[in-house]
Design a protein around this ligand. Sequence first.
Ligand code: 4AD
Ligand code: MG
Length: 433
Amino acid sequence: MRSHYSGEITPGLDGKSVTISGWVHEIRDMGKLKFVILRDRGGFIQITAKKGVTPDEVLSAIDDLSKESVIRVEGSVIRNDKAPKGVEIKPEKLEVISKAASPLPLDVTQKVDADLDTRLNNRFMDIRKPDISSIFRLRGEILSAGRKFLKENNFIEIHTPKIIASASEGGTELFPISYFDREAFLAQSPQLYKQMMMATGLDRVYEITTYFRAEEHDTRRHLNEATAIDMEMAFIKDDGDVMDVLENLVLALIKKASSCENELDILKKKINVPERIERIEYDDVLKLLREHGKKLPWGEDLDTESEKLLGKIMLKEFGSELYFIVHFPLAIKPFYTMPFKGEKYSRSFDLGYKGVEIASGGQRIHDLELLSKRIKHFNLNPDNFEFYLKAFRYGMPPHGGFGLGIDRVMMQILDLSIREVVLFPRDRHRLTP
Ligand code: 4AD
Ligand code: MG
């Protein structure tokens, strides 16, 4: 339905016949001259109609146009220094393919600001705005870069079930569903299944997946449906091997984002690409926080306030936007986490980016006896985990992995809230669109 995208039409095409299709962004009627700005995926192009030159049926079609209708225009390219980008279209035929009703639920030209709720309620139209669509073009680029990196590092893309029978990340955050006559849940993570893959010999696997979490909080960093790159690798020495992969992956994602010049220009953003990622012990994090007036008792996980403060400290004192917090207390990490220095610490880590956790991971327990003991320690019923424990009975190599939140990566790269970087966010109040 088109010979060119608007972005491909340059003054160099002067005199050439073209067909363009897209949405009516603006209409300006100056009496003898009528301008229509057509918008498509590639940008904008001006269509200039003149009384006495343009066919009458085209002129009257323009008079009847409504903003955001879908049109198809045939015409010739005219070089014109006064037109945007020095070029415009002289229309010979204009066809309305789909007429838009008015008034519009949202102003795509952004002359009138809309609040986030109105935008999300009319998301299909919100994404017509070039800056908003840039967010999702950038997101697509980052995901492709992630896949490319993982493939180059020998990881196999897999899919694990999203309907599950037991929790992996603690029992409170599950969405129950009705599964015939049995109890089932939406998967909060591929954790148990990706670990089971380590007993198959596939060795290195990853999944780009949705997490379902029935968390009650209503924050700018939590959703009830989140997306992550989840990976697991076998034959590791310890959690350090896993961090090495995560470090290189995250740097590759940020580097990719920084190379999306067109999108960043439209979004008016600049991205800093760090060279490496700092690694600090949990105990040292508590010390740093204490020096800055925040007393977090040993054994507690970082709350939002501590995370934010740590982000500021890391930037000011280490010049780091990205940092690993390593060796958390064992008690606050899930049952599958490998203990470290007796049972006090664990071979686990979180990855922080400008004051927000973007990933968690670590080395897992591969010894069946220890794993069963840890399951009981958390007052979980080992019978519910028999399908998982079985994979540890017949040869399980040392392994580890991580979950890297894509929504979190996106929000931190662009300094936006999580709802802005997800197409159709799911939170406590939002189930549609
Ligand atoms: O920290 P989480 O819960 O860790 C796990 O799921 C482990 N199974 C990972 C592992 O391999 N050991 O989730 C991992 C990441 C978080 O760091 C965060 O980026 C994202 O997933 N995430 C969420 N993002 C938005 N909203 C939520 N409710 C999220 N829950 C987790
Ligand atoms: Mg975590």
